[in-house]
Design a protein around this ligand. Sequence first.
Ligand SMILES: Cc1ncc(COP(=O)(O)O)c(C=O)c1O
Length: 404
Amino acid sequence: MTARFARRLDGMRASEIRELLKITQQPEVISFAGGLPAPELFPIAELKIVAAEVLDREGPRALQYSTTEGEPGLRETIARRMNSQLGTAVRAEEILVTSGSQQGLDLTGKVFLDDDDEVLCESPTYLGAINAFRAYRPRFVEVATDDDGMVPEELERSVAGCRHPKLLYVVPNFQNPSGRTWSLARRQAVLEAAARHGLVVVEDDPYGQLCYEGTTPPALASLARGGPVIYLGTFSKIFCPGMRVGWLAAPREIYEKYALVKQGADLHTSTLAQCQILAYLERFDIDASIARIREVYRRRRDAMLRALETEFPPGVTWTRPRGGLFLWATLPEGVNARDALVRALERDVAFVPGGSFFPNGGHENTMRLNFSIMPEERITEGIRRLGGVLRELCAAPAGTTGPA
Ligand SMILES: Cc1ncc(COP(=O)(O)O)c(C=O)c1O
């Protein structure tokens, strides 16, 4: 019997990064491919303590079904942290605990998108969001983005060409994949334009606390005037991703729709994981732990930037992220990053070709480089090998590098 699948699968492909991650599991590979936090920084000793404590204190409650909205204590703590760190004014009743912020993206598609609705996004944007939204069959409209973030005039121009503009999906802090951070002026101007055009803004912020220079600009959720902003947060990059605990903050009217569709998706996020995170937050100093993570990643970023200066050939440019896990390199026009990847893998180096981060294709001369997972000396060695590959490709006469 041939299975007949839903139409929504037509446009869906396996994430290139997930496929690549299978290769990069091999220990000899120097991987700049994934977006993994450094495992040596996971709070294992502390988690052993809280795991026992939660079972002693909560008993079977920690193993029972619980409410869709999430553990009340955790929702309170998240709201308090958001308000003190981001300057928001959210209430615990506006926090929905999700199974990672990835679930927040999927629920967003379910709540807002009908076939052919338009999702406006940065160009490039987060691949996991493209994949999550694609299941709801929208049209992606990429809005030009420069080193200061989304360009408001370009947003205006893009909306003018839309028939059913619904969502504006953005990652304003240390973006995945580009590493860029929006200026305050851009945040204000984009919010203004979004409100004027009735767009719901989805602010995805897994990296805001991983700032290595200066301070993170105010969250869109704290600046919003008029139009709704849905904020997606996560413990994945400041604690550990395996627990699969994130959250979203949304005005109550929108929040209720999210709670409704989450019920159908998974009833609720793991009670045990929520209890353990809450116990950790009560007993240990997560901000001190985040400060340690920042220090390690800052050194790794610096090692990568130093190596790029000496190893990458002229004509290649890259971003200088002030935080987060990634930087973004652009090769000369006509040089294909997928060709570079084939050669890099032969030298046991992996990265993600940038084309995957553009929902409408193109931009094959770009690449995303992660700097959080490898120690400094392996970063230096990996960039040396990658520089060799790029020198070969950039020196090859036009037409010998395959289709661009
Ligand atoms: C921009 C962005 N959003 C969402 C996610 C998903 O994170 P999680 O589901 O682990 O919270 C990631 C993960 O890399 C990301 O980079």
